[in-house]
Design a protein around this ligand. Sequence first.
Ligand code: ATP
Ligand code: ATP
Ligand code: CA
Length: 218
Amino acid sequence: MKRDYAVIGLGRFGGSICKELSSEGMQVLAIDADEDKINEYKNIASHAVIADSTDEATLKDLGIKNIDHVIVAIGDNIQASILTTVVLTDLGVQSITVKAQNDYHEKILNRIGAHQVVHPERDMGIRIAHNIISNNILDYLELSDDHSIVEVKAGAKMGGNSLVQLDIRAEYGCNVVAIKREGDINVSPAADEVIKEEDILIVIGADKDISRFEKHLV
Ligand code: ATP
Ligand code: ATP
Ligand code: CA
């Protein structure tokens, strides 16, 4: 039987992935070594099994290699996380996402063939830090080490001016890719679009440019 997803480790992170995938109607195989966790998820996931994911034979018996995407969300036990990832790559799982606990862990996971490594505590920390620096920075998404997308609320400095008048691209090297206004979103604003105070601008650029833009105009 082919299942779409497997989540290994049902802590807060893995548990929330499992719940969300299930509520989106996906088939989810939930795996945890802890019986209490499995009891908690047996009515949420399509299947929930008590198993030690570092044991290759067990994962093989569960048919893990036929699952499209496996998420390893074992946190504190870094050794178990690494071993599980090795077993999954050995079994030829197509797509493996692993939660890293720290930068060393992340490095090893990349080295041993995890397809995607996530670092939710660090990334959420970065995001929240940006949100709280300014009341006008509503959201922040890191695209690479030095490029991001931010959502900013236009204040008095921008209100009443067009994109050309503000000369954002030339002055700050950033692009306004969309403007949200009263529930509508304009995804390709024209140069003569006049910004109103309270508009939400979605801006893409290099971090250093976005930061100059924030300082001067937001
Ligand atoms: P949180 O997401 O809450 O921060 P965490 O990332 O700190 O959790 P842990 O609580 O350390 O993660 O582990 C998550 C789950 O992984 C636990 O429920 C634990 O039982 C399970 N787990 C740990 N090792 C194994 C293993 N070898 N096989 C299966 N499950 C395991
Ligand atoms: P993570 O974000 O890595 O998952 P966590 O949410 O599991 O962390 P802890 O590791 O339990 O949180 O605690 C985070 C930090 O808070 C630790 O460095 C700990 O020393 C500190 N801390 C906990 N309680 C207190 C306290 N009463 N006063 C000051 N610091 C505290
Ligand atoms: Ca944790």
